[in-house]
Design a protein around this ligand. Structure first.
Ligand code: COI
Length: 366
């Protein structure tokens, strides 16, 4: 697809003072602070994509009748900008995020934005707000990028919107979980499925995350951090956590993850781990994995490590698994197993420019 967008820039005259920004960057947490600018662009049925803008971060004005507020016609992406040792700023596999957003758009009947326009929007924001990318060597910090698209047309009939808004915002990020590498405890959601066959589970749309919240709340009530969702038809096979994919390390050196069934999100981190696994002497395997294989595998010693992965969470060790009437103990120790930590470091080393980028996964932004 050819690029359609150019971006005009209006600089903010009330940027966050440098001292305050440095304080935020020293302890950003996740998703709580936002940079000085944002990107927006509009699509209309008649004009296609137009009106690209870099403008001060602030509220979007939309009609209370905007279709997204009623019918959830919305998609988003999650990416990060990393500072390298020489001060340059890079992102990881943006082509993958652009392609996934295009697939999500098709599923949600939204207009597709070309990879060129998607990356141009991200680049425009990171260029102007590059002082918000945390310094190299400050742990697992980055600038989290959130491109999103929604139906902004004011119309209450149920049909694909004729006016759509694309936007990118950015938020300095540390660890997604406040405990950092502390293993997370998971709850098997038996009453609630995240997605079903033929539904939107493979698309990165807000509705999937909304539908995961009741299961997550149930897990929290049981003292867990997150919920694991199973396939909706048999409640037998492991799917994902809602915001993260899952991996299992076996004692014979396999690295197993649930196969993509159409209701699991195709994580960019998931795909990257499968690709680097052989470099680390592991045999990647995508297959259906029954929840009983997890329960029994921990008991028999067949499963030696479990971890969750995603852009926001990177790789997070998984500890105890709980369900209504039982639990399987953690195999993760205090900070995850050795293989979990090795894969995590291998990925971070590529992202922060410490290891050679032999696959051409990194794109310079500033
Ligand atoms: C990401 O990992 O980027 C996501 O979009 C997941 C969300 C839980 C933050």
């Amino acid at each position: 697809m050819t690029p359609e967008l150019t971006f005009t820039t209006t600089r903010t005259d009330i940027s966050v003072p440098a001292g305050e920004r440095e304080q935020i960057l020293a302890n950003p947490g996740f998703g709580a602070y936002f940079t000085d600018h944002m990107v927006t662009a509009t699509w209309t049925k008649g004009q296609g994509w137009h009106g690209g803008e870099v403008r001060p971060f602030g509220p979007l004005q939309i009609s209370p009748a905007a279709a997204v507020l009623h019918y959830a016609q919305e998609v988003f992406e999650g990416m990060k900008a990393y500072r390298h040792a020489d001060g340059s700023v890079w992102t990881f596999r943006p082509d993958r995020n652009a392609a996934r957003m295009a697939r999500s758009c098709e599923r949600l009947a939204l207009p597709v934005l070309s990879e060129e326009d998607f990356v141009a929007g991200i680049r425009a924001l990171v260029e102007i707000d590059q002082s918000w990318v945390p310094a190299y060597g400050t742990g697992e910090t980055s600038l989290y990028l959130r491109p999103f698209m929604f139906a902004s047309e004011a119309f209450l009939g149920v049909r694909p919107a004729n006016e759509v808004t694309f936007s990118v915002i950015a938020s300095p990020a540390g660890s997604y979980f406040p405990g950092g590498l502390k293993p997370i405890t998971l709850w098997i959601s038996q009453d609630y499925a995240r997605a079903g066959s033929g539904g939107t589970g493979a698309a990165k749309c807000g509705g999937n995350y909304a539908s995961s919240l009741a299961g997550q709340l149930e897990g929290i009530a049981q003292g867990c951090d997150q919920a694991v969702f199973l396939d909706s038809s048999t409640q037998t096979y492991i799917e994902e956590l809602g915001g993260m994919n899952l991996f299992f390390v076996t004692k014979d050196g396999r690295l197993r993850t649930p196969a993509l069934t159409g209701s699991i999100l195709e994580g960019v981190t998931r795909d990257s781990i499968l690709e680097i696994a052989p470099d680390l002497g592991l045999k990647p395997e995508e297959s259906r994995i029954g929840i009983d294989e997890w329960k029994d595998g921990v008991a028999s010693g067949e499963i030696t490590e479990v971890f969750a992965c995603g852009t926001a969470a990177v790789i997070t060790p998984v500890g105890e698994l709980r369900w209504d009437g039982g639990s399987a103990p953690s195999t993760a120790g205090a900070e995850g197993g050795e293989i979990t930590r090795t894969i995590r470091q291998a990925l971070l080393d590529i992202q922060y420019g410490v290891a050679e980028d032999t696959r051409g996964w990194m794109t310079r932004l500033a």
